[in-house]
Design a protein around this ligand. Structure first.
Ligand code: PA5
Length: 446
């Protein structure tokens, strides 16, 4: 088991019978997921995905990744939200947060279309100047503005460099199986396409081609990722809270939320976990933050952020709980040597591995934060590799669904994200938005 829940530090915040009290509701949420009877049940394709994924497409993903590796020194991955965060999280988690800078025999991977910043776009353009590159454009709807804008730019650049025929050998589109502008364009131009299944929403799509193609290009072991997800799915099959860490985590989140803890801070002690935190925040923020409800998901990387957010967590307003990732085996270690002069007074650390110091920082922080009134949920993570990535992704996805149903929301929609888009389109003069533009103009003039 790659992920194990440790509730030792919750004793002063949650009494055992409180979990017993939630058990029937958890069992009902389990039925809603497995019998597809709850809100948003059109979007439960991720539940069986680790077993039922399209094996033919899986082989095509690996073949496309080989072609990209042979043809290109860089892959431009275009996407936003659920069409971006998972792949980035995976590459940093499995490989490194310094993936691009490290010596390797796989292409650099640059993520674009996740911002409208011109400076960011120009930087990436300069990074592929004189570099052979391919593009993986990812959009379920095929119409999202940020990736569509970026695709325009990189499509043009590819066509200038390699000609229209050459460009089509370097463009891979991951999108809906039949609908949308991107699908139409891909069919017309002959780009290789991969499918985001209808019943898998963006933030639950990392184990589809959305995440798998960039991961394969980065040299991740897709079989191990899926094996981890399968084992995680099996471990989260039994609705009995005593036998299901994933459900217990969901229930604890709900209990703490109902006690007035409105912010969950995901805390990890590895910089390579930072993008995983970003993925987690989208998963939980979009799934639960609606109908004026929901925990606010936040994140920190310690000990870095102990020197910034640590003060607030220890001593600020008491509305937070932490979910701490306790990594059991670091990817690599560093031995601390003795210094003859002991000029810095650090010889008391000599003879230890740096991971032991990191561990003690974690232990000390947990104790201090718990004493400061912050409930700490601990997730023991065996290691950070391909297998555990798949395991953890599924663990968080299933916990999110259960947690959303316990909260009484539809965990699979995101109506709130349309608000900014409509205003932006109206302000930019998009045809069809004239009425809203008039309303906004009036509002701004007041
Ligand atoms: O989770 C979601 O559904 C969103 O974050 C989407 O993934 C995001 O808006 C990108 O959408 P699309 O893939 O349609 O471009």
């Amino acid at each position: 088991m790659s992920v194990k829940l440790n509730t030792k530090y919750l004793r002063s915040f949650v009494r055992p019978h409180e979990l017993d009290g939630l058990a029937p509701l958890v069992a009902a949420a389990h039925q809603q997921v497995h019998q597809k009877s709850g809100l948003g049940n059109d979007f439960l394709g991720w539940v069986d995905l680790p077993f039922s994924y399209d094996k033919e497409e899986f082989a095509r993903i690996k073949a496309a990744a080989e072609k990209i590796k042979n043809q290109s020194q860089a892959l431009i991955v275009i996407g936003i939200g659920g069409s971006y965060l998972g792949a980035r999280a995976a590459i940093e988690y499995i490989k490194s947060n310094n993936y691009n800078a490290l010596k390797k025999d796989t292409p650099n991977i640059y993520f674009v279309g996740n911002t409208i910043s011109p400076a960011y776009l120009n930087d990436i353009l300069s990074l592929v100047d004189g570099v052979d590159f391919s593009v993986n454009v990812i959009s379920k709807s095929g119409t999202t503005t940020e990736p569509a804008l970026a695709f325009r730019v990189f499509k043009e650049l590819l066509e200038q460099r390699y000609g229209v025929e050459g460009a089509k050998e370097r463009i891979y589109a991951t999108t809906d199986k039949a609908r949308g502008t991107l699908k139409e364009l891909s069919d017309k131009n002959g780009y290789e396409t991969f499918v985001i299944p209808d019943d898998v929403g963006g933030r639950f799509s990392v184990l589809t081609a959305v995440g798998l193609l960039p991961m394969a290009v980065a040299g991740c072991d897709l079989e191990a990722v899926m094996a981890g997800a399968q084992d995680s799915a099996k471990a989260a099959e039994d609705p009995d809270l005593d036998k299901n860490d994933c459900y217990r985590y969901a229930a604890i989140r709900n209990l703490l939320y109902n006690k007035g803890y409105s912010v969950e801070v995901l805390a990890a002690y590895e910089p390579s976990f930072r993008e995983m935190c970003e993925w987690f925040k989208q998963l939980y923020g979009e799934s639960e933050g609606k109908d004026n409800k929901g925990l606010f998901p936040a994140s920190v990387i310690f000990s870095t952020d102990l020197h910034s957010m640590g003060q607030y967590i220890q001593d600020g307003r008491r509305q937070l709980f932490e979910t701490v990732i306790d990594l059991q085996q670091p990817k690599s270690d560093f031995f601390i040597k003795e210094d003859a002069s002991n000029f810095d007074g650090l010889n008391f650390l000599a003879g230890q591995n740096m991971s032991s110091v990191n561990k003690m920082a974690m232990q000390g922080t947990i104790l201090a934060h718990v004493k400061g009134g912050v409930p700490n949920v601990v997730l023991e993570l065996e290691k950070m590799d391909d297998y555990s990535f798949g395991y953890l992704v599924y663990f968080f996805e299933k916990a999110c669904a259960i947690s959303g149903y316990l909260l009484g929301v539809n965990p699979f929609d995101q109506p709130g994200v349309e608000g900014y888009k409509n205003n932006m389109f109206a302000l930019l003069g998009k045809p069809g938005y004239e009425e809203l533009r008039a309303e906004i103009d009036k509002e701004l003039a007041e």
